[in-house]
Design a protein around this ligand. Structure first.
Ligand code: URA
Length: 258
């Protein structure tokens, strides 16, 4: 297929900032996406700039400049657009302060700390890809004590209940009564990874704070605080690989316009 034959519809919807690629595929499955006036029945469809795409009968928003925010997530908020149990979500909390945003990865309801948010679904996807491999840094308070030697073994990676985790850098920060404070760094982003690794060591996590994600740090951002990353810093931290691809796609779409 030549690059001028268009792009997958879910990718185009995600890039417009409406939702993630996966959610866009779901919208197609629910019959909420029209292509040139007809309800689309499969997400395995390519579109070009000449096609008219409607979601819930509305045109896609014009793609805006990619923006990125650092957010200090407090404990008690769910990172999800809809919570079946009706618990408060990060997105409800931020609705009045931000345009429509997506989170880059997730944190569990009781996890605190750095959550990156963006208006660009493709950026969110790119930064979540295992191949991007950004390091996630955490401070952990856990019930129990552990030997440095047990932590050192994690450097080679570990398999827990059939799930393989890559190299984990874990250190004891201090011991506080029955609890230990640890620092843990891991490159993956698997579900409940820090809690699972700690359980494997006989520790029970009772506080989890993400302090860093790739080149971005929680630093002094106050709890509940949000700060936009300036465009230049964002572009240089994320790198050419993503923005070059985006610029090329933008040029292609422009060239396709009648
Ligand atoms: N690991 C976890 O167990 N939970 C999180 O929220 C993040 C990493």
């Amino acid at each position: 297929m030549s690059e001028f034959e268009g792009e997958r519809i879910a990718k185009v919807i995600a890039r417009a900032g409406l939702c993630s690629r996966r959610d866009a595929e779901r919208l197609v499955g629910e019959g909420r996406v029209k292509l040139n006036g007809k309800v689309l029945t499969t997400a395995a469809t390519n579109v070009t700039a000449k096609d008219v795409v409607l979601v819930d009968n509305l045109p896609l928003p014009q793609k805006e400049e990619t923006r990125l925010w650092r957010y200090h997530k407090p404990a008690g908020l769910v990172v999800s657009n809809r919570d079946p149990e009706g618990r408060p979500t990060v997105f409800q909390k931020l609705r009045e302060q931000l345009p429509r945003v997506l989170s880059i990865g997730r944190l569990d309801i009781n996890t605190e700390g750095l959550l990156l948010l963006t208006n660009d679904g493709e950026l969110a996807r790119f930064l979540e890809l295992p191949a991007t491999g950004w390091i996630r840094r955490y401070r952990v308070r856990a019930f129990g004590h552990v030997e440095e030697a047990a932590l050192a073994k994690l450097e080679k990676g570990v398999e827990i209940d059939g799930v393989r985790y890559g190299p984990v850098e874990a250190k004891i920060e201090r011991v506080q009564g029955d609890n230990s404070w640890l620092t843990i760094a891991i490159r993956e982003g698997k579900n409940r990874e820090v809690k699972r690794i700690c359980e494997h060591l006989g520790l029970q996590v009772n506080r989890l704070i993400r302090t860093g994600f790739g080149p971005f740090q929680l630093a002094e951002l106050p709890r509940g605080g949000i700060e936009e990353v300036p465009t230049r810093a964002m572009k240089s931290s994320i790198g050419e690989k993503f923005f070059k691809k985006e610029d090329d796609a933008h040029r292609r779409r422009k060239a396709q316009r009648p």
